[in-house]
Design a protein around this ligand. Structure first.
Ligand SMILES: Cc1ncc(COP(=O)(O)O)c(C=O)c1O
Length: 463
C-alpha cells in the first residue's frame, strides 16, 4: 500500500467484509452511531459505510483490500497525512517511554514542551494552554475560562456553528436543531444565538458587495439595547470558518468588528479553530488572516494527525481568571496533557512547519482552480469557497433560487466512494461537498479527484 498514490477499488463498495462488520456493529454498538445498511439500488449505491483497516498518507485501505483517497483527512485530523513516518517514529518511542502521566498532579515533561510550542506558534499574547482530549472539551474549557474571568454568564454563539456534542458544547452548537431537541431540558439556557455571516445565504437578504456588513451593525444595535440581556454576555464564541456548517467563511472585517465589540464591552472573544487551525486555512490560524488575536483559541483535530488531544489557549490576562491552583485543580481530566498526545503534537507541528503556509496555499490553489472550472461547467455548483485546503462546493437545484441540493450531495459522495474517493457532505442543508485533504495531497491525486467528480457530475445517476 505504501507505494500507491492513487486508489484501487476491486470489490463492490462497501465490500462483503465491510458489510459483515457493519452488520455486527449494528448488534453491539448504540444504534445512534453507524448508519444502518440499506440497499439503494435505484440510486446506484449501497447505503453502508466502508470499514477502515489501515491508512498511509492520502490513502486509506478498507477491510476488503480496496484503497481510497481520503479528501476529508479523517474529519480534518490527518493534516500531515495518515501515519506520517516521523510522527509514527516519535510516537512509538514515546509509547515505550511514558504513555500516561497525571495531568494536573504529576505532569509529563512533554506537556511543558508542547505548552511552550503552542505559545510560540499561536498569534499575539496567546500563551497559556488548558489541555483536554476531544475538541468539545477545549470549547467547554474556553467558555468556563470566559465565565470565571468576566463573571458574566451569557455566551453569544452563531447559527450553523458546530462546537461538539458534550452537554456544554451542544448548547453552544447551532448546527442541527435535532441534535439539541431531545436534551433541551438540560441544556445551558444562557446562550444567545446570532445569524452567522453566511454571505451566500445572507440572513438579511443582502449582497456582500453592497451590504456594508449590516449584520455587524445589527449585532452592535442589539448589544446596545438595554432590555436585551446582552450586558450579561461574557463570551463571544465563533468559528472564523465554519467547517461542519458548510465551509462558510466569516468576512475578515466581520471578525475585526467582533474583536472591537469584545474590547468595548469587556467580553472574551473565543475563536474555535478546531477545524480551521494548524494551517488548514493556509495560515497557521484563521484569525491571523483577519489580523486579530482572540482572548481564547480552541484547537484539536489536526494538531496530532490522529490522537485525541485538544487545548484552549488563552492570554495571561484571561487565564488569570482561574486564580492559582491550590493543589486540587478547578478544571482537569484524567488524560490532561497525555505525553503520547503531546509528543505526537510536537512531531506533527515539526512536519507542519515544512508545509504551512506555502505548501497548503499552493495545493489549495490547484484544488480550487479545478473546482472553479467544474463550477463553470455544472450549474448544480452554486458556489466554490473556502481558504487553503478547507474548500467547499455548495450544490443547488437552481442558481437563481439557490434551493439546496442536499440529496444530490449525499448521492454524489456515495458514488465518489465507489470510485475510490472519500468525501463528506457538510452544511446546515447538507448540500456542501467539503474538501479538507491532508496537506501532502499531490497534483496527480487532485487531478484524479477532479476527473471522477467531473464524471459523476456529468452522469446524473445520483440525482
Ligand atoms: C469547529 C469545531 N469545534 C469543535 C468540534 C468538536 O470536536 P470533537 O468532535 O473532537 O469533540 C468540531 C468537530 O468537528 C469542530 O469542527
Amino acid at each position: 500500500m505504501s507505494n500507491r498514490r492513487l486508489p484501487l477499488v476491486s470489490t463492490e463498495v462497501p465490500g462483503p467484509r465491510s458489510r459483515r462488520l457493519i452488520g455486527e456493529l449494528q448488534e453491539y454498538e448504540s444504534p445512534a452511531i453507524t448508519a444502518r445498511q440499506r440497499a439503494r439500488a435505484s440510486r446506484g449505491y449501497h447505503d453502508a459505510p466502508i470499514v477502515w483497516q489501515r491508512a498511509s498518507g492520502m490513502l486509506v485501505e478498507d477491510v476488503d483490500g480496496n484503497t481510497f483517497l481520503d479528501f476529508t483527512a479523517g474529519f480534518g485530523v490527518a493534516t500531515t497525512g495518515h501515519g506520517h513516518p516521523r510522527v509514527l517514529e516519535r510516537a512509538t518511542l514515546q509509547l515505550a517511554t511514558l504513555n500516561h502521566a497525571m495531568g494536573d498532579a504529576f505532569p509529563a515533561a512533554k506537556k511543558v514542551e508542547l505548552a511552550k510550542k503552542l505559545a510560540a506558534i499561536t498569534p499575539g499574547a496567546l500563551q497559556r494552554s488548558l489541555f483536554g482530549s476531544a475538541g468539545f472539551e477545549a470549547v467547554e474549557a474556553a467558555v468556563k475560562t470566559a465565565l470565571i474571568k468576566t463573571g458574566k454568564p451569557r455566551v453569544l454563539v452563531f447559527d450553523g456553528a458546530y462546537h461538539g456534542l458534550g452537554f456544554g458544547a451542544l448548547a453552544l452548537s447551532g448546527y442541527r436543531d435535532r441534535f439539541r431537541a431531545p436534551f433541551l431540558a438540560q441544556l445551558n439556557p444562557h446562550v444567545l444565538r446570532e445569524p452567522y455571516p453566511y454571505c451566500y445565504r445572507c440572513p438579511y437578504g443582502l449582497e456582500r458587495a453592497s451590504c456594508g456588513l449590516a449584520c455587524l451593525e445589527t449585532l452592535r444595535r442589539r448589544l446596545a439595547h438595554p432590555a436585551s440581556g446582552m450586558e450579561e454576555i461574557g463570551a463571544i464564541l465563533i468559528e472564523p470558518i465554519q467547517g461542519r456548517g458548510g465551509v462558510v467563511e466569516a468576512p475578515l472585517d466581520y471578525l475585526r468588528g467582533l474583536r472591537e465589540i469584545a474590547d468595548e464591552r469587556g467580553i472574551a472573544l473565543i475563536a474555535d479553530e478546531i477545524f480551521s487551525g494548524f494551517g488548514r486555512c493556509g495560515a497557521w490560524f484563521a484569525v491571523e488572516r483577519a489580523g486579530i488575536v482572540p482572548d481564547l483559541l480552541c484547537v484539536g483535530k489536526g494538531m496530532t494527525g490522529g490522537f485525541p488531544i485538544s487545548a484552549a489557549i488563552g492570554t495571561d490576562d484571561v487565564m488569570a481568571g482561574w486564580g492559582d491552583s491550590l493543589g486540587e485543580a478547578l478544571h482537569t481530566s484524567t488524560f490532561l496533557g497525555n505525553p503520547l498526545g503531546c509528543e505526537m503534537a510536537l512531531a506533527t507541528i515539526e512536519v507542519l512547519e515544512e508545509l504551512v503556509p506555502e505548501g497548503v496555499l499552493e495545493r489549495g490553489r490547484a484544488l480550487r482552480a479545478g473546482l472553479e472550472e467544474l463550477g463553470e461547467r455544472f450549474p448544480i455548483i452554486g458556489e466554490v469557497r473556502g481558504a487553503g485546503l478547507m474548500l467547499g462546493l455548495e450544490l443547488v437545484r437552481d442558481r437563481e433560487t439557490r434551493e439546496p441540493a442536499d440529496r444530490e450531495a449525499l448521492g454524489l459522495c456515495k458514488l465518489l466512494l465507489q470510485r475510490g474517493v472519500i468525501l463528506l457532505p457538510a452544511g446546515i442543508h447538507g448540500n456542501v461537498l467539503s474538501f479538507t485533504p491532508p496537506f501532502i495531497v499531490d497534483e496527480e491525486q487532485i487531478g484524479y479527484l477532479l476527473e471522477v467528480l467531473s464524471t459523476v457530475l456529468a452522469d446524473r445517476a445520483w440525482a
